[in-house]
Write a protein that binds this ligand. Sequence first.
Ligand code: WTA
Length: 709
Amino acid sequence: MADDVNDAIDEETAESSEALIAVHWREEEYYDPPAKLTAQANASSPAIREEFTEDKFPDSFTAYADLLTWYKRWDTVLDTSNAPFWKWFTGGELNASYNCVDRHMETHPNKAALIWIPEPESEAHQAITYRELYVRVNEFAAVLKDLGLKAGDRITFHMPMVPELPVAMLAAARLGVIHSQVFAGFSGTAAGHRIADSGSRVLVTMDGYYRSGDLLDHKVKADEAVEAAAKEGQEVDKVLVFRRYPGQYSAETPMVEGRDVFVDDLLAAHKGEIVEPVPLAATDPLFLMYTSGTTGRPKGCQHSIGGYLSYVAGTSKYYQDIHPDDTYWCMADIGWITGHSYIVYGPLALGTTSVIYEGTPNYPDAGRPWRIAQQLGVNIFHTSPTAIRMLRKVGPDEPAKYDYHFKTMTTVGEPIEPEVWRWYYETVGKREAAITDTWWQTETGGFLGSTLPGVDKMKPGSCGPAALGILPVILDEDANEVPAGSGKAGNICIRNPWPGVFQTIWGQPERFVSTYYAKYNKDPESKDWHDWPYFAGDGALEAADGYFRILGRVDDVINVAGHRLGTKELESAALTVNEVAEAAAVPVVDDIRGRVVEMYVSLKPGYEATPEVENKVKRAIETDIGKIARPKNIWIVPDMPKTRSGKIMRRVIAATSNFTDTGDITTLANPEVVEKIRQQVQSSKVAKGEVPRELSETELHEIRSFGSE
Ligand code: WTA
């Protein structure tokens, strides 16, 4: 027994030092910010950093809070009395819906708040002015109020990319109802788990929406969601169904009598009604956003009204460089944090015009985004490396055919390869636009690392320096600081709280502390923020110039197309298949989506590896999580490579799937199985033409250290 424990400890230490593998990190050249951009930028001089230095913290962030309209000003900027549950702007009162709608309706009612582009090009776009937004938000708030919903209640949305989604969010925010929007591409079951976890009794959905030319039946997922939630003891009383074409039902799935209601019918009964925004405490929750972590259960990240809204308004101003007359398009999904912060709350808090696109970027062809940009005069563009890689692959010459001019372009969610960065800069941006590569997370509410577009030189592959007021540090496993320019990687942490940081994990405060703050805290009783570095869960490297290169997750999370999928979630889905004894998910480098998932399973005695079992595993993952998580390959193997303490060595199978060196396998309990698996997997991949290109330093680092936490 004692020996086993020692073995396990030895293995763990060997592995964590391996996470700091020395790699030679090539430095990229710098690009200057465009002079024309600098001349008009909200942040036009490096002097702005002086206003956010450590000695000015936390008061420096009142500059962000001052972008909002408060019913009552705060008494305390940062309250640390219940560390690490930071409270920002305590004593202050405000309403997010008022800040994003009413106050702009008063000053510029006829300006477009949202422009919605339906996927079919035959359908005209819809511009929704601030006045119209005001009317629609009020009417929907009246519907919610009529259902008895009030401040502090939760409501789940499972909505596609339609203007009804921001309307619903802002209506909930008006009442203080905490919204939880689940990405429409997630399965009904996944939505059901989130309904149950948040304790929502109302689900808002839509009958259908367009993706790649098809009008999908989305309502069917609501039935699955309600059923899954009920299994976990959460009853849903009402399902509100928006109709893609009001008055006409676009789904096949029947409406359930007494439970399901068409929203257009309800709205008719509340026409022109006004619901005054409720003044709420700055520290009250605005929404939950679920994300994956190391365990099977997704975490509901709880964001505050005052701190969050201040932070997204401030970062939208300085990092997106949003001015009142800009037309801003973030081609992401509102179902993720990017859409919450930088399609809805940040841009609307600043009173700009935010574009929403329903469909896939390359539908009907790879020129679509650039046609939209030309037609609407979009001048700020924002998307993910996955979308950029895809558009570059299918339409490398398309941008040149359209007459649009971007001043800034953002990328978010994954590392961007320098070659892809250069295509974005030269071809999409026509060398006129600054690129901001923004590093942040669902938990962090807004950007943590990025260049200031009008100020800083850009360096492909690095997100840039810390965002204003953010104090990062890279620590090794023993909490020693890894100095800038040392060429060594470590765990990136943020030393100080900031207003956008999430408040807790809904219903799991211990998990909040243990996952994000316990690792480097030496005194759990401390009320001093200096004692509570935020552990981001990303490996990173700081260059001598203070720019950060993000290397990816250090936990068991796979970033597919910029979306986090927990290996445990994938594995538990696979384990619901009766034949499966063990399952392990690993990342495989993919030229478009960054990473895709491959699943290794071993079967219970007496079962044979058949295509049918493979299909069952695939279906289980699609049902539990959604199509986004569908593995590229499922390998049914005779046994998993394991340590002597029985832990599956994910880095060994990850290396196999990626054709890289498996490293030292002599400490395994069953080293002989490694070669068997290698032959099985790699010969089959060679036959399918799936041999990857040579991996970059960042990719190699991730594969070699995968699963070492
Ligand atoms: C990764 C998305 C490199 C990182 C806003 C992080 C990035 C996770 C970048 C959060 C970037 C995000 N460069 N990696 N610019 N931005 N990541 O919660 O691993 O969906 O921890 O939030 O994505 O993903 P999430």
